[in-house]
Design a binder for this molecule. Structure first.
Ligand code: GDP
Length: 361
């Protein structure tokens, strides 16, 4: 598969999503009012991005990640302009605890893909970077081969106030990478919590990396993460620990059978690999190709993406409602007083919530 590069014709994107006439009218009104507020520089940025220019891609991602409100509108326009050029790709999520070898794996896996003729983008969702300045994924020294590969693009983890915000930005960045011609997007996250759910909702295939030797207690990885995995790769299956790795493979294969079958008919697989010695990596890619082939054939590839779009739309609506609510001055004024009353038992929590919620109407 290689993404056919389309020349941008700046068609305004109206042909890309069928909507009812009523909605189409409303959408075109909103778009034309927005267009006036977007500086024309961004058109050039989109043109350059569509030509595969990595600097333009970086700038566009920075725009999407920016918290400035004027950037927000421009970012929406840039993403919309890129959307029609973003479909032909494979999105792969890669997770695992810190130290399992994610960056080493992505370096080896991504390099194989560029040798095979793909263009590979690497994005990250790192919940730690949104909570503190520090990043578990520690971007600086990672993926040294990919970082200098002309057919790869490695983007450091974004920072933001909330995981939801960071994940949303990563999702938009996927669209930008694909429009720039990167036909395989790898999204890395740390296997320690909520971020997997977010990443699972933005990828076609979800790969869990595990360490050998600790298979019996499933390495403290939450059951839900194993359940989400389309495959488990036991990394560091090299040197003295190979027998241990083989045992872990058997245990994981057994454990995976205990989960209910996936709706798309796919049976998750377990692989052994060594990112360091570059073994087992090609087999993992061949398995993902098989997965893509099968799910495209049975329609689940497409329907999963549609379902994901639905999820992110509803998520964004919910986030927006919450934000507007909490930023509202009337709410802020009443919140503290009601909280005090609730804590002192002067009013029931339910009653107080109702007063607060109706104070806007
Ligand atoms: P991450 O925190 O999951 O991104 O893990 P890293 O890729 O930074 O790897 C953590 C450590 O494990 C590093 O010292 C790597 O050199 C080492 N490592 C990664 N992959 C392998 C492997 O396949 N075999 C062995 N023996 N070590 C590995």
């Amino acid at each position: 598969m290689s993404a056919p590069r389309k020349k941008s014709k700046d068609k305004g994107g109206d042909e890309k999503m069928p909507t009812s006439n009523l909605n189409a009218d409303a959408i075109s009104k909103i778009k034309s009012s927005r267009k006036n507020s977007v500086p024309s520089d961004y058109n050039n940025l989109v043109q350059e991005l569509l030509q595969g220019n990595k600097i333009a891609l970086s700038k566009a991602i920075s725009l999407v990640e920016s918290s400035r409100s004027d950037h927000h509108l421009a970012a929406n326009e840039v993403v919309e302009a890129c959307l029609p050029h973003s479909a032909n790709s494979i999105r792969i999520g890669i997770t695992g605890v810190p130290g399992v070898g994610k960056s080493t794996f992505i370096d080896a896996f991504g390099s194989l893909l560029t040798v095979l003729g793909y263009k590979v983008a690497v994005l990250a969702v790192d919940p730690s970077s949104s909570l503190s300045k520090g990043s578990i994924l520690g971007d600086k020294t990672r993926m040294q081969n990919l970082a200098k590969d002309p057919n790869a693009f490695v983007r450091p983890s974004p920072t933001g106030k909330s995981l939801g915000g960071v994940a949303n930005k990563t999702r938009e960045s996927i669209v930008l990478c694909e429009a720039a011609g990167f036909n395989i997007v790898l999204i890395e996250t740390v296997g320690v919590g909520q971020s997997e759910i977010a990443v699972h909702q933005m990828v076609d295939f979800f790969l869990l990396l595990q360490l050998p030797g600790a298979g019996d207690e499933l390495q403290g990885i939450k059951r839900g993460i194993v359940e989400m995995a389309d495959a488990i790769a036991i990394n560091k299956a090299d040197g003295d620990i190979q027998p241990l790795a083989k045992r872990a493979k058997t245990e994981y294969s057994r454990a995976l059978h205990l989960y209910p079958p996936k709706e798309n008919g796919w049976v998750p697989k377990v692989f052994l690999c060594s990112a360091q010695e570059n073994t087992g990596i090609r087999e993992i890619w061949e398995m993902i190709e098989k997965y893509v082939g099968e799910t495209k054939k049975n329609g689940h590839f497409e329907s999963k993406r549609k379902e994901q779009n639905r999820y992110w739309f509803l998520q964004a609506v919910e986030d927006g409602l919450k934000r507007n609510f909490h930023e509202n001055q009337t709410i802020q004024d009443q919140m503290d007083k009601l909280l005090q009353d609730v804590m002192e038992n002067r009013i029931s929590p339910l009653n107080a919530a109702e007063i607060l919620l109706t104070s806007l109407s």
